[in-house]
Design a protein around this ligand. Structure first.
Ligand SMILES: C[S@@+](CC[C@H](N)C(=O)[O-])C[C@H]1O[C@@H](n2cnc3c(N)ncnc32)[C@H](O)[C@@H]1O
Length: 254
């Protein structure tokens, strides 16, 4: 494993850390590394991830919709979304750092908003006041330690029209991770991954502070529901790379 592919290099990232990754002159960094993943977590998996997003956000298939992607990054997943939106005459607003957005090619259907979400929500609303579909994929765990997910949820709600939908996807849930690694399947997975004949004790004892856990997921569902939107915790299909420890929140405004 090269240093670029070492998962430790991509731990504890923040909005600022992603800015640096996006503008890092290292030519060895892959498109996956620039969005914080070792290649093994994404390479070859993005078509399945995109298919899952399309299944969970049916409004994306309806021509001429208004779409917001919070934290799109700059990998093939974003390119697929841009091509898809272009074919269906959608307007696609992308919100990420200037450095990350600079790596995404311009397209007539795309509008870019720089800045961290939810702080930049008013600027997003300045481009389009409401959206049919909002995607926030593999980003919530970077917003959680700084701004908090309640503010993110409220800003998302303020940007959804009626009816509308939002996928807060690929959320690492430490409770789910502990459930998996406590199971016989998780213990054998750990043995195969590490090549060592030992149980994942460190994972099971990990301090949950700063992580998203069941309590936070359930509180978020409650917050969306109390505000008038249906909200569900939904699993990822088994062909996604981290399906055994990540889940999605699907929000539907009636
Ligand atoms: C792990 S990458 C995911 C990229 C893309 N959504 C995907 O799944 O391929 C996280 C992305 O979120 C962006 N990001 C992190 N915090 C953010 C925030 N508060 N607002 C907007 N984007 C953010 C990062 O710059 C990075 O592009």
């Amino acid at each position: 494993m090269t240093e670029d592919q070492d998962p430790a290099r991509f731990q504890n990232l923040s909005y600022e850390g992603f800015r640096k990754l996006a503008s890092d002159p290292d030519p060895e960094l892959s498109e996956y590394n620039r969005i914080g993943f070792p290649d093994s977590y994404r390479e070859g998996f993005e078509p399945a991830i995109f298919a899952d997003i399309l299944r969970k956000l049916p409004a994306l298939a309806v021509r001429g919709r208004k779409i917001l992607d919070i934290g799109p990054g700059c990998s093939g997943l974003t390119t697929s979304l841009i091509e898809y939106c272009s074919d269906l005459d959608h307007t696609l607003v992308l919100c990420d750092s200037e450095e990350m957005l600079a790596r995404i090619p311009a397209a007539p259907c795309v509008r870019k908003v720089t800045g961290p979400f939810p702080e930049c929500a008013a600027r997003v609303a300045g481009i389009l006041p409401s959206f049919d579909s909002i995607l926030c994929y593999s980003v919530a765990h970077y917003i959680h330690p700084t701004t908090g997910l309640e503010k993110m949820a409220d800003a998302i709600l303020s940007l959804l029209t009626s009816p509308a939908e939002c996928l807060i996807g690929d959320i690492p849930n430490i409770s789910m991770r502990k459930r998996f690694f406590s199971s016989p399947a998780g213990r054998s997975y750990h043995r195969a991954y590490t090549g060592r004949d030992e149980d994942p004790v460190d994972i099971l004892n990990e301090n949950e502070s700063g992580h998203i856990n069941d309590e936070i997921i359930l509180a978020l569902l409650h917050r969306f529901r109390r505000a008038g939107a249906d909200a569900f915790a939904v699993p990822q299909p088994a062909d996604l790379p981290l399906f055994n420890r990540r889940e999605d929140i699907l929000v539907r405004v009636p």
